[in-house]
Structures are given as structure tokens and as C-alpha cells.
Design a protein. Structure first.
Length: 187
């Protein structure tokens, strides 16, 4: 009985979320929270994906594009002000953070009233540094990794669990640490 109730809840979540997505590919399953903070932001999900965690778009220009055969693990957050692109066959493990912006200005006088603006959905995103993130095909992002603004994860690269990625990762390399550094080349 419990399995039936859980299955029905998951189907309901999928149906509710599907209405917030601009494109949803065949055989994709959405078991996540979607916070579309601006209606004209874009979320595109390709075929045969399993998306858990949370997808957040902050502004009208925000664009999340997830291609085919992508797994996003539970409690992972994609927080997008600019653009987050995840190519085909990417695995993003549990509890990762992928954020293409700094959340607040580094200047105290610009962020002093952010709490009140945020409560009213009136953040001044023009004050916040942001750059697109791209995760290329066949990459694997390990548990509790953090990918920061402006980073490209190369094709076939692996980000070890708990890493903080602040710079581009070359294709077919393994990075680890805080900040993440190249540990070895992969075949």
C-alpha cells in the first residue's frame, strides 16, 4: 500500500513540474522541486533523464538546458541566473551545488537590502556577478561537489566527491579538492 501511495505522489510531482518546464523529452522523469522565480525563464530537459533535487531560475534571462540521458541526484541544486548547460550522458551525484552566480554583490552597499528585496521577489540581479556553466557530455560530478560560475567541465571528466570547482576542467581528467586540481588524466 505504501509503495502505491509513494508512486502516486511521484507521478503527481512529475505532472505539476512538467507544467513549469518549457520542453520535456520523452521518458524523462522529474522528481524535483522547480522554483521558477521568473515566468519567462527557460527550463529544457531532453529525453530519458532522471531529475531529482532542485532546479531554480532567478530571472527572465535564466536558462537551464539539460540534454539527453542525464541523471541529477537527490538534494542537488541547480541555481541559475545566466545559463547552466548539461550535455548528454552526464551523471551529477547527490547533494551537489551548481550555481552560475554569486547570489549577492560583493559590495556591501549593494547587498545591504537583499533580504527585503528577496522576500518581495525584487532582487537586483544586475548587481550580482554571473557567468554560464557548461558540463560537457559523459562527465561525472561526484557527491557534494560544488561547481561555481564560469566553469566548463570537459567531456568525460570526473569531479571527485566534495570538490569545489572554480576553474575549467579539461576533457578526460579527474579533479579533486578545494579548490579542485587535476589529479590525473583519464583514458
Amino acid at each position: 500500500m505504501l509503495k502505491i501511495v509513494i508512486s502516486l505522489i511521484k507521478k503527481l510531482i512529475h505532472l505539476i513540474n512538467a507544467q513549469k518546464i518549457n520542453f520535456l523529452g520523452n521518458k524523462s522523469i522529474i522528481h524535483c522541486i522547480i522554483e521558477k522565480r521568473h515566468k519567462s525563464s527557460q527550463i529544457m530537459i531532453g529525453q530519458n533523464c532522471l531529475i531529482n533535487g532542485r532546479l531554480v531560475t532567478e530571472a527572465s534571462k535564466s536558462h537551464i538546458e539539460i540534454k539527453e540521458n542525464v541523471f541529477i541526484g537527490g538534494k542537488t541544486i541547480l541555481d541559475c541566473l545566466n545559463k547552466i548547460e548539461i550535455e548528454e550522458n552526464v551523471l551529477v551525484s547527490y547533494e551537489c551545488i551548481i550555481a552560475d552566480h554569486d547570489s549577492h554583490s560583493v559590495k556591501v552597499d549593494e547587498r545591504i537590502n537583499d533580504l527585503e528585496r528577496f522576500k518581495k521577489n525584487q532582487m537586483r540581479w544586475s548587481d550580482v556577478a554571473n557567468q554560464p556553466i557548461k558540463i560537457c557530455k559523459n562527465a561525472w560530478i561526484g557527491t557534494r561537489s560544488i561547481i561555481l560560475k564560469g566553469v566548463t567541465i570537459g567531456e568525460g571528466a570526473i569531479v571527485a566527491a566534495g570538490s569545489v570547482v572554480t576553474k575549467d576542467v579539461p576533457p578526460y581528467t579527474l579533479v579533486a579538492g578545494n579548490p579542485a586540481i587535476i589529479k590525473k588524466k583519464l583514458n
